[in-house]
Design a binder for this molecule. Structure first.
Ligand SMILES: NC(=O)c1ccc[n+]([C@@H]2O[C@H](COP(=O)([O-])OP(=O)(O)OC[C@H]3O[C@@H](n4cnc5c(N)ncnc54)[C@H](O)[C@@H]3O)[C@@H](O)[C@H]2O)c1
Length: 346
């Protein structure tokens, strides 16, 4: 078991990787707790939940909207939850985003924690204190920064995860290696068969690496002020458009976005052609590259609406090498011209 502590100015978040999730009883208050989960997770694990009121939402991205937040807030009021209350989110990235956002605004903020049940949320979404919901197809446009008290990442929970959800998580795991740690990238490359068989020891080690890497970025730039945290958006500028329009799961869309961003990095002379091919080949071997077809004009229109755009510039994340990312401010037109020039390779 590994414990990663994210100490920030006036708060602290603790992430436990490899801890049995039943231990959660040692982390939550004896009363005043409500559990938020989704119907799939509840069906599999609900009987083993701690004995507190459970509110279960419809699974999936469509639940990540402000209407859900209002409905849940009303249920918290019905349960008599006041400012001393606690919300425990048990689920993947959707449940964690919703729980974190709700807890951040309910009565101006109450404490919360997560049991993170998907690979994607264990390696990324549940760690770092970003919480958000969507408006229509615009992702994460209403959100805030607020840290969970604790996150439990128990890899045993991943055994019930549908295959495509597992693969989706691998997308974000590869991203962590590509932007921050060549050794992690190589470890994934060298262990594809074990990874595909959900080997418990390997998973615990990779999730720990990823959490440690994300924690180091969050400690340095919790609120995306210095820019360091922006590197976590590698693959997401195009990925978010692909995710919404091609209805692809997050990690697959991020994988497609990472191929585009790596292709653009190669075009700009930052990485070599061989490195680009190596990255694409790894994503292919992990079955992460799905076919999609998107109109260039639509891409451009959506990039112009990107919430990370400042004036006419987008902070676009590129690779200097596998394991090292850089952020460059570019216009949407520059990005689109580069995209058009590499489109056939990606
Ligand atoms: N806040 C952040 O920093 C951050 C970072 C990355 C992604 N995200 C967000 O995360 C979301 C995607 O998260 P996700 O991929 O975990 O999706 P998800 O939460 O929708 O979970 C995927 C599916 O798996 C099911 N499931 C969850 N755990 C299970 C288990 N143990 N066994 C069986 N089924 C299980 C869920 O019911 C759901 O159907 C997106 O909304 C994305 O924007 C947030």
């Amino acid at each position: 078991m590994k414990k990663v502590i994210i100490s920030l100015d006036n708060h602290k978040s603790e992430v436990y990787v490899g801890l049995n999730w039943n231990e959660v009883r040692n982390f939550i208050p004896a009363s005043g707790c409500v559990i938020i989960t989704d119907d799939n997770v509840y069906k599999i694990y609900g009987k083993l939940f701690p004995d507190f009121p459970v509110i279960s939402i419809k699974p999936g991205e469509d639940s990540k909207n402000i209407g859900t937040i209002v409905t849940l807030a009303e249920k918290l009021l019905d349960e008599g939850i006041d400012r001393t209350g606690f919300i425990l989110g048990i689920g993947g990235g959707v449940v964690c985003d919703i729980t974190g956002f709700l807890a951040s605004i309910y009565m101006r903020g109450i404490n919360f924690g997560f049991i993170s049940t998907t690979l994607l949320s264990q390696v990324d979404a549940s760690v770092g204190g970003k919480n958000a919901v969507n408006i229509g197809k615009i992702k994460n446009i209403l959100g805030c920064f607020r840290q969970p008290r604790f996150v439990i990442c128990d890899p045993d929970l991943l055994l019930t995860l549908p295959d495509d959800e597992y693969l989706s998580g691998l997308g974000e795991l590869v991203k962590m290696g590509l932007i921050l740690d060549y050794n992690l990238f190589e470890k994934i490359e060298n262990n594809i068969a074990l990874l595909m068989s959900k080997d418990a020891d390997l998973l615990e080690s990779l999730i720990s690496d990823s959490v440690e890497l994300k924690a180091s970025v969050v400690r340095e730039d919790e609120k995306e002020i210095s820019g360091k945290r922006m590197i976590l958006n590698f693959g997401h500028t195009f990925g978010h458009v692909i995710e919404t329009v091609a209805s692809m799961k997050h990690g697959f869309a991020v994988a497609a976005g990472m191929v585009i961003a790596s292709g653009i990095s190669e075009k700009l002379g930052l990485i070599g052609l061989e490195e680009f091919q190596r990255i694409k080949s790894l994503l292919e071997k992990l079955n992460l590259l799905k076919k999609y077809s998107l109109d260039d004009n639509y891409f451009q229109e959506m990039l112009l609406k990107d919430k990370k755009k400042q004036g006419s510039l987008i902070s676009f994340v590129l690779l200097q090498s596998p394991g090292r990312a850089v952020v460059r401010k570019m216009t949407v037109y520059e990005i689109m011209n580069l995209y058009r020039s590499i489109k056939k390779q990606v």
